[in-house]
Structure formats: structure tokens, C-alpha cells
Design a protein around this ligand. Sequence first.
Ligand SMILES: Cc1ncc(C[n+]2csc(CCOP(=O)(O)OP(=O)(O)O)c2C)c(N)n1
Ligand code: SF4
Length: 255
Amino acid sequence: MSIEIKDIIKPENLVYQKSSLLTDRVMHYCPGCSHGVVNRLIAEVIEELGIQNETIGVTPVGCSVLLYNYIDVDWHEAAHGRAPAVGTGIKRLRPDRYVFTYQGDGDLAAIGTAETIHACNRGENIVMIFINNGIYGMTGGQMAPTTLQGMNTSTSPFGRDLARDGNPLKMTEIVAQLPGTCYVTRQAVHTAAAVRKTKKALFKAFENQKLNKGTSFVEVVSTCSSGWKLTPVQSNKWMEENMFPYYPLGDLKDK
Ligand SMILES: Cc1ncc(C[n+]2csc(CCOP(=O)(O)OP(=O)(O)O)c2C)c(N)n1
Ligand code: SF4
């Protein structure tokens, strides 16, 4: 007797399926990049909260610039660094909507430092998602404010020199000090357990917005396999050994 596929794929056997909010577009991220995993988690969280028709995302400039192609919610594009200001405007005009921003470290912690700090200090009732891969991915792997001491990039080929380049910026520690933030956390997506924790953090961030609690800030320490010039497996290992000691995972604030 032959077994047909329809006999195996039954609703009661289903353990995982793609979020209905993820479109069928093929993501353009490099193999081993964290962006795709975080994109999927955002889609799952919005779907599971049932807020698809009430959510407006703000896309950055950086490797995730095409995020609006991947998740089926309303979007607004922002200029490099300006997502928190754009998100502020949207939320103030439409307080009934869930508003979130999504930015890399070049975007959020370099050109957008002022927008980030002031939105968090004002306590804008939005979710800010911060993808920290320690490098400018999209433009070819230049040094970012978050680049680690000694880390090689295309503009620091002999490693970041603290005397010349200053210290790697801990943006998440800075915004945790500001009275407007209600929830500040640093997560990662390199293991199944870490993915689950990041998903939980995103849930909490969106729920805080419903409760009008202020700014929720979720950093995800991430890989940039192309910028780091490592394989996907090497990237995760390098991140664990080098990024996590300087950017330790966990909640920094939960009001
Ligand atoms: C006003 C402005 N300045 C500079 C750029 C060039 N630029 C595009 S993406 C980028 C860096 C992106 O790095 P990051 O935000 O860390 O995101 P990633 O690509 O690593 O995800 C820069 C400098 C730009 N597009 N607009
Ligand atoms: S360049 Fe880096 S951040 Fe950009 S898609 Fe590739 S791995 Fe991801």
C-alpha cells in the first residue's frame, strides 16, 4: 500500500509553518545573516497578536531596506537614521496603530544617534528594533560605532584602534538610562533557544505599546557573514566569542 503525502501532512501533524504575514518574495540577505530570522520573528509576533491591520513598520536604509517586501503590514520608508523621528510622527498622528522601527547599527547608532536618543528620552510609545552586527553591512563592511576593539573592517583593515577611533558604542546601555524607555533588552538569534527568547522579547515590546508604557527597545546582536568575511557557522562562533562579552545578552530594563 503506497502512502500519499496528503496522508502525512494533516493539521494534527503540523508542527511548524511559515507565518501567513511573510510574503513569497525571496529574501535578499546573505547566507548566515541574522536579518532574515528577525524578520520572520516580527511576522510571527504580529500575526500571533492579531494586529496585522493595525501595524505600521518603519524601514531603514541598510541591508534591511527591502523589509517592506517581506512582511505584509503597512510600511513607511525613512531616510538613513531617521526611523525614530518618522515613527514618532506616525504614532502621534495614529495613536491607534502599533508602530515599530527596524534599524541596523550604522543607521541607529551613527547617523541616527540623535533621533534614537531623543525618541527614547521623550518616551515615544513605539517599538524600536536594533540589529547590531558591528559593521556597515550594505555599503561594504565599513567600521561602525559598534565595531569592536581590534575588529577588521574595510575602513579599519588593521583593526579598530581605540586611540584613533574611540570606543565601541553601547547604545542599548545609553537608552536604558533614559526615563522614557520602559523595556530595554539585548537578545540574539544564533540558537533555537535564543530565537525563542527574542520572540518573547518582541511580544513584550508590542504588548507594552498596547499598554501605552513608552519606548520598548530590542537590540538583537547579529551576524554579518559577508562583512565579517566568515562562513555562517564561523560567524555565529565569532559572535559568541567576541560580540557577547562586550554586548552581553539579557534585559537591561523592564518597568
Ligand atoms: C544620509 C545617508 N548617508 C549614508 C548613506 C549610505 N548608507 C547606506 S546603508 C549604510 C550603512 C548600513 O549599515 P547598518 O545600518 O549597520 O545596516 P546593515 O546594512 O549592516 O544591516 C550607509 C552608510 C545613505 N544611504 N544615506
Ligand atoms: S551584508 Fe551582512 S548584514 Fe547585509 S545581508 Fe549580507 S550578511 Fe546580512
